[in-house]
Write a protein that binds this ligand. Sequence first.
Ligand SMILES: CC(=O)[C@@H](O)[C@H](O)COP(=O)(O)O
Ligand SMILES: NCC(=O)COP(=O)(O)O
Length: 260
Amino acid sequence: MYPPRILLGVNIDHVATLRQARGTRYPDPVQAALLAEEAGADGITIHLREDRRHIQERDVRLLAETLNTRMNLEMAVTGEMLTLAEQMRPAHVCLVPEKREELTTEGGLDVAGGLGAVSDACRRLAAAGCEASLFIDPEPAQIEAAVKAGAPVIELHTGAYAEATGEAARREYARLCRAAEQALALGLVVNAGHGLHYHNVEAVAAIPGINELNIGHAIIARALFVGLKEAVAEMKRLIVAGQEAGLVAAIEAHDHEHDH
Ligand SMILES: CC(=O)[C@@H](O)[C@H](O)COP(=O)(O)O
Ligand SMILES: NCC(=O)COP(=O)(O)O
């Protein structure tokens, strides 16, 4: 029985970064989202930051009314954002840490250190009909805390893996594999994202049990040269190839185990 195809969530934040650079109406993230869906995106991810550096509330409202797939709204664990999610009711909400001075998301959400607030947020999101996901580092304690918080989904922060090279990359990859295995055993749905690109995504797609990959910056950057639809299609092809390689490796390991 083949596992379900890994889903691709396309993060369009940086289409909005280009728009905000001049305060124009173009490029419109809504247009980008619809093109990404035409190219096969299974969902659209947007990060409404407190400082509104890229995605605006207008984008969230219009996307909520126009997407054909589904919205994954990333946001900080604040009253402002939870109230907005309760009003907009996106299918998925991913709770992420946020610091104004950060260039991009740095670490994962400290669920273990903020269990009360995160649990309350998960309760509010569930009551609003939003599936809550927690963006966490691949750490056993954070995974256990995610279960305690009542989140059905986690998104493993792949940033450390994406930034590492050589032996350090191999260590970070092993952390991701162990974290996915632990989370799946605890009944969590396991997504992954941050810093994934055309040269590091296949290995992550090969990790058994990954449900969805959320990828943005690399796709939008590639789109500058090949167009957004082709950039999305290329990423989907790599994810399929990676998942298939992972399946072959698992079958070979199973056969080897039973031959000896
Ligand atoms: C949580 C995460 O890793 C990204 O989805 C997030 O959107 C990064 O923030 P920027 O898009 O502002 O870089
Ligand atoms: N949660 C990860 C995401 O949505 C996209 O992150 P990136 O690919 O822009 O680094």
